[in-house]
Design a binder for this molecule. Structure first.
Ligand code: NAD
Ligand code: UDX
Length: 469
């Protein structure tokens, strides 16, 4: 059995960084080098101040602090790290294509293909190549073809002949809980055809994951399981959000309904929180990719079935923006609205596909003046997402926004507070103090059911809570 001594991970992002940090932490005898084309990202991973890592995840700083410099390295020397590695993870971005064939649905594989070509060129001897990125089913075939073209080359005194084994090892971590998910995974999935390569990778995880949690499948099942898991998870959110709207219309309460159905062990209690719609870099992209692949294989009804999960999610986001406007007498032009939370979920600085983006953009379009507070999202990130710089347009009827440090500033002069991310600090707001600085009559729109609605009401606010009739 080949033993892995040296790992290279291409892509130092939300997956590559934390995943490799945990592998290095748990496997002190393995050298792990995370490489990226972005010198800025690598510099941030190497920053002496662990609070400045490019990814915010609870517990990540401690793990990086233990392993970095010992057997965890961050570098821009991509080819060098590949050459030294027995095993290469490909953990690059696979966003939805924005143009060309399949635009808006298919995954853009150009970064994966570029990585495979670099591996083909730079690898030495036998190299196990692992798909860590989420990929369309049968991508391993493409990677294998690119690698095969260079197999057998490189024979010399210093360079043994190249050969490759391709594995699929999708990542199931969720942002905000990445370290806990990696340290105690529900399962690790390894798909492949080469038993020796599968066992070599399984041995890495075997350092800390119980053997019965390491599942082995064929390549295509592994690739498809990742898309399917995300489709099922997202479907639960669209399902509960659809029922939330129905609860609001009928006087039921979605949290009571969720508790009642979640007690059925076949349904389970997790992932039933109604909210402003799912965000994050994965759910929408992966479902659209599934939809695209189904259509490619002529499965129109299957494609339409899953597409509806995304349609409902858009509707939920739009519905929330519109009910804010309609409750503020049909116009928000020139009105201050405090936005509580901008990240797509709590405990992350990631804003990719955050419901806050669509909702804030819609309010800006209507001329609102937004005062946004989020403990981890920077002003420059908000500016990128909202498509306009902070402060611009104020007073002339055009929408404008600014980032403020605290809830109290977000509330200052505002007609409404709109809670969009479930940060813990929003559960403990001093409502009398907040109500005192708002313009009356004032509203709290709580799209996460996170705030203490009773206290807000007692302080004189009108309160709308998602899913509460
Ligand atoms: P990311 O954008 O945060 O990171 C990807 C990194 O890859 C970037 O820093 C980019 O510069 C780098 N990169 C791209 N091409 C490169 C190349 N040729 N050489 C070197 N570096 C290169 O993305 P992410 O969120 O880490 O996601 C990576 C993959 O993992 C995606 O396929 C995603 O679907 C999947 N995934 C993500 C999550 C999540 O929670 N974010 C969870 C599970 C799976
Ligand atoms: C998801 C998957 O959970 C993870 O397994 C996969 O590897 C990557 O995609 P992530 O997007 O990081 O992880 O976070 P997740 O916790 O799944 O939340 C996704 C979105 O759904 C967030 O916007 C979150 O707020 C929302 N959500 C989640 C709800 O609205 N209600 C819920 O009950 C759960």
């Amino acid at each position: 059995l080949s033993t892995i001594r040296s790992i290279c991970c291409i892509g130092a992002g939300y997956v590559g960084g934390p995943t490799m940090a945990v592998i290095a932490d748990r496997c002190p005898d393995v050298q792990v080098t995370v490489v990226d084309l972005s010198a800025e990202r690598i510099a941030a991973w190497n920053s002496a101040d662990l609070s400045r890592l490019p990814v915010y995840e609870p517990g990540l700083d401690a793990v990086v602090g233990r392993a970095r410099g010992r057997n965890l390295h961050f570098s821009t020397a991509v080819e060098e790290a590949i050459a030294a590695a027995d095993l290469v993870f490909i953990s690059v971005n696979t966003p939805t294509k924005t143009k060309g064939l399949g635009a808006g649905q298919a995954s853009d594989l150009k970064w994966v293909e570029a990585s495979a070509r670099t591996v083909a060129k730079a690898a030495q001897g036998h190299t196990i190549v692992v798909e860590k990125s989420t990929l369309p089913v049968r991508t391993a075939e493409v990677i294998q073809q690119i690698l095969s073209a260079s197999e057998g080359s490189g024979v010399s005194e210093t360079q043994p002949a190249k050969s490759f084994s391709v594995l699929s090892n999708p990542e199931f971590l969720a942002e905000g809980t990445a370290i806990a998910d990696l340290e105690k995974p529900d399962r690790v999935l390894i798909g492949g055809q080469d038993p020796e390569a599968i066992e070599a990778l399984a041995a890495i995880y075997g350092h800390w994951v119980a053997p019965q949690k390491i599942l082995r499948t064929n390549l295509w099942s592994s690739e498809l399981s990742k898309l399917t898991a995300n489709a099922f998870l997202a479907q639960r959110i669209s399902s509960i959000n659809s029922i939330a709207a129905f609860c609001e219309a009928t006087g039921a309460n979605v949290r009571e309904v969720a508790r009642a159905i979640g007690a059925d062990s076949r349904i389970g209690e997790k992932f039933l929180q109604a909210g402003p719609g799912f965000g994050g870099s994965c759910f929408k992209k992966d479902i659209l990719n599934l939809v695209y692949l189904c259509r490619h294989y002529g499965l129109e009804e299957v494609a339409a079935y899953w597409e509806q999960v995304v349609t409902l999610n858009h509707w939920q986001q739009q519905r929330i923006a519109r009910l804010v406007i309609s409750n503020l007498f049909g116009t928000v032009s020139g009105k201050r609205i405090g936005v509580l939370g901008f990240a797509f979920k709590a405990d992350t600085n990631d804003t990719r596909e955050s419901p806050a983006i669509r909702i804030c953009r819609e309010l800006l379009e209507e001329g609102a003046v937004l005062q946004i507070v989020d403990p981890k999202v920077s002003e420059s990130q908000m500016a990128k997402d909202l498509g306009q710089p902070a402060g611009a347009g104020e007073g002339d009827g055009d929408g404008s926004w600014q980032r403020v440090p605290e809830v109290l500033q977000a509330a200052s002069g505002a007609d409404a507070l709109l809670l969009l991310t479930e940060w813990q600090q929003f559960a403990v707001i001093d409502w009398p103090a907040v109500a005192a600085v708002m313009r009356q009559p004032a509203w709290l729109f709580d799209a996460r059911a996170k705030a203490d609605g009773a206290l807000a009401r007692a302080a004189g606010l009108q309160v709308w809570t998602v899913g509460e009739g």
